[in-house]
Design a protein around this ligand. Structure first.
Ligand code: DC
Length: 218
């Protein structure tokens, strides 16, 4: 039963601090951490590597069903045996990932892998866009992280070294728009999520606040 799992769901737009917060929160709670965005990026990487058009829904869906994705706790990502850690964050994958994430067949495949991942571990901290709304609606704690668009863009610009602030801000705005308006499982706040604006908070402040919330509930 999923109700018995200790799942913490962290959703929010790119650059809201999800990955860093989720990783540190998992450490503090002694749970494992899953970056579900890396899974959508891995499918995108595999499709591009095979010369498949990211908009070709059937072919991309077949890739999603067959691809082997190994996410290491140290952050490295291996796709079909190839180390794709750097490339999945690169401009080509970033440009195409929203189209792949809008593909319903890809989503259902990845959602079932994410559920399986958590069930095997008795829970975990999962980070993405639809964790509290679709993947684990019965999560122990649901968090929606957000931040001002300028803050999010400058955080992302610091992460990627090959693009300037303007390009990152534009890509982020475009992805926000596609991710929030897509037909299947768009980014939205779960009704029972705690909303945390991280614009003015340090990572440690956010993590401390969330640890308190989880501890309060167990
Ligand atoms: O968090 P990120 O930027 O690495 O996510 C990459 C893309 O994948 C982003 O455009 C939204 C999508 N995504 C999604 O649709 N559902 C998730 N659970 C995680 C990511």
């Amino acid at each position: 039963m999923d109700d018995e799992l200790t799942v913490v769901a962290i959703d929010g737009p790119a650059g809201s601090g999800k990955s860093t917060v989720a990783r540190k929160l998992a450490e503090a709670l002694e749970l494992e951490y899953l970056d579900t965005g890396a899974m959508y990026r891995s499918v995108t990487f595999a499709a591009l590597a095979n010369g498949i058009d990211p908009d070709d829904e059937d072919k991309v869906a077949a890739v999603a069903r067959e691809v082997r994705i190994d996410l290491d706790p140290d952050g490295s990502v291996v796709v079909d045996g190839v180390d794709a850690t750097t490339q999945i964050r690169g401009p080509e994958v970033s440009r195409s990932v929203s189209a792949v994430a809008a593909n319903q067949a890809v989503r259902s495949e990845l959602v079932s892998r994410q559920r399986e991942w958590a069930r095997r571990r008795g829970g975990g901290v999962l980070e993405g866009r639809d964790i509290g709304t679709v993947v684990f609606p019965s999560a122990r704690l649901k968090v929606y992280l957000t931040a001002d668009p300028e803050v999010r863009a400058s955080r992302r610009a610091r992460e990627v070294t090959d693009l300037d602030y303007g390009a990152v801000a534009a890509d982020l705005a475009r992805r926000d728009q596609v991710d929030s308006s897509r037909r299947h499982d768009p980014l939205r706040q779960a009704d029972d999520a705690i909303i945390v604006d991280t614009s003015q908070l340090t990572i440690d402040e956010v993590v401390a606040l969330l640890v308190e919330k989880v501890d309060g509930g167990r």
